[in-house]
Write a protein that binds this ligand. Sequence first.
Ligand code: CAA
Length: 263
Amino acid sequence: MEFILYEVKDTIATITINRPKALNALNSQVLDELDKTLDAVDLNTVRCLILTGAGEKSFVAGADIGEMSTLTKAEGEAFGKKGNDVFRKLETFPIPVIAAVNGFALGGGCEISMSCDIRICSDNAVFGQPEAGLGITPGFGGTQRLARTVGVGMAKQMIYTARNIKADEAYRIGLVNAVYPQEELLPAAEKLASTIAKNAPIAVRNCKKAINDGLQTDMDKAIVIEEKLFGDCFETEDQKAGMANFLEKDKEKKLKVVPFKNC
Ligand code: CAA
């Protein structure tokens, strides 16, 4: 891999988009490598994924403008599909994904962060969808996910004006859950990831699926999705051990969930 770094510590994996000379902009090769990296994650051991960018200036400064500049209509559509396919893989990835946004998150950068379950950022982070200023629409899901994340009015304002926002405003509108000094961002992401990883892995996966799938449908169907995933948990060792520990008041044991493969 030329542009992706992948590191596993215990049950937490970190994917770093590593193209700092272009502020980690997403060209086709980066997207292909990200796709392959996701396919290679060992889901028997990894329980939470962190996505970040190399360096202290940029998370991802968007799709590669040089590569896009000469595309035809058909090629533009295909490039959009390439990004959308990888981002959807990330969004529907079985385990939670935390975006640790360490600087510019513009265009495709803002969009990839919104494909993650949770966004936290450094205090120098800048978010925005500058595409309208470049003569295009957001192309990797921004028109859809920004409206779903921050509401239709705010999303339309950001997209139509192409105005970037700083970390404090991103926090205020609910685009990120927390803002940290740069040096504290990855430790905070790792702490959050390990808090998630301590919980029952099948339950966490089912929570993600219930929330994601439920948001795609009406409430009557959504609660049936939840019922099914809730029911599935009763076939797991984690449910039996977790509830028995609670009833036996064994707080120490309660934190120890069985490895995923044994569930
Ligand atoms: N594509 C390709 N290269 C990029 C890039 C991008 N999106 N963003 C930055 N770079 C490159 C620059 O061309 C520059 O390369 P060179 O050193 O070879 O000239 C290098 O990264 C450093 O960038 P700057 O010199 O511009 O750094 P700066 O600090 O002056 O500005 C910035 C930083 C404000 C982020 C500026 O680089 C910028 O505005 N980048 C473009 C942001 C953008 O418009 N993103 C949206 C792209 S469209 C999109 O993403 C569509 C979609 O939805 C799929």
